[in-house]
Design a protein around this ligand. Structure first.
Ligand code: G3P
Ligand code: CA
Length: 279
């Protein structure tokens, strides 16, 4: 079952402030930091394998641009690489090179941790689901919009097949900015909890949108959600899971509004905020 808590601490792409995002290491760190679930992004390789990767291209979160054999393949789209090629990439060292959240500079990532990042691989969705199941945990599976990529017509079905095969139907919350995917998932796997992702522009009527998609939750960016909308959505029986909240004061305010989940790159910080709410 998905967590029965008033506010879920959701480790965004794992505990990605302190280790390489969308890796099993980042997921494990989120679990260790007390997150109720983690969030991952699903993409598809040229040969149809589902992998955990946020960007459409491999440059930011792998060493692909440093690999001479792939030099002619820029801009290195995930969908132009086979799984074997993608799996040969180092998906961890970039974090040490770029220190994306300044956490190395702040001394929050020790030498042993840094050494453990080198050679991390891009996980398959199957590996991520099995990791989550074996940890007795839950995951928000976000299917990236593949409208202009390989897999637009197959990615939902392929994702759900893996959810079934790994026996994860009661541990997955499925979301997407591509609302067609949610409709498809609702038909293919009735009862699977769905979250409606919305980015820059708030819909005129979030309750109507969530209801029309037969979803359970609304997933807005933190800049477009208001307390009044949270009230309306909660009164209508829907969850409200807000992304991506990395500031303790904003976390506390959103909790006071009654949101049901906080996506955060800093799950340990969120854990502390939620602990404070208890006392
Ligand atoms: O699902 C919440 C959040 O992950 C959506 O945005 O770009 O971080 O995948 P993004
Ligand atoms: Ca995401």
């Amino acid at each position: 079952m998905l967590p029965a808590v008033s506010t879920m601490n959701i480790a965004h792409r794992g505990a990605r402030a302190v280790c390489p995002e969308n890796t099993l290491l980042a997921a494990g760190m989120g679990l260790a930091y007390g997150a109720h679930m983690w969030e991952l992004d699903v993409s598809m390789t040229r040969d149809g394998k589902l992998v955990v990767m946020h960007d459409d291209t491999l440059e930011r979160t792998t060493d692909v641009s440093l690999r001479p054999e792939f030099a002619a393949r820029a801009p290195w789209r995930v969908c132009d690489f086979t799984f074997d090629e993608l799996r040969s990439l180092d998906a961890g060292s970039w974090y040490v090179r770029t220190d994306p959240f300044g956490q190395i500079a702040e001394g929050m990532v020790d030498e042993d941790d840094k050494a453990s990042f080198a050679g991390l691989v891009v996980p398959t969705l199957r590996e991520a689901l099995e990791f989550t199941r074996d940890a007795d945990w839950c995951v928000n599976v976000e299917i990236k919009d593949h409208a202009h990529l390989v897999g637009h017509d197959t990615i939902v079905q392929a994702t759900l097949e893996l959810v079934r095969e790994t026996d994860m139907a009661d541990r997955v919350l499925l979301s997407s900015f591509q609302h067609r995917y949610l409709q498809e998932a609702g038909v293919l796997m009735p009862g699977l909890p769905l979250g409606v992702l919305v980015e820059d522009v708030a819909p005129a009527d979030p309750v109507a949108l969530v209801r029309s998609l037969k979803a359970q939750a609304y997933h807005p960016g933190q800049d477009i959600i208001t307390e009044a909308e949270v009230d309306r959505l909660r009164d209508a029986g829907f969850g409200v899971n807000v992304w991506t909240v990395n500031d303790a004061a904003q976390m506390a305010e959103l909790v006071s509004w009654g949101v049901t989940g906080l996506f955060t790159d800093f799950p340990l910080l969120c854990w502390g905020v939620l602990q404070d709410q208890l006392f």
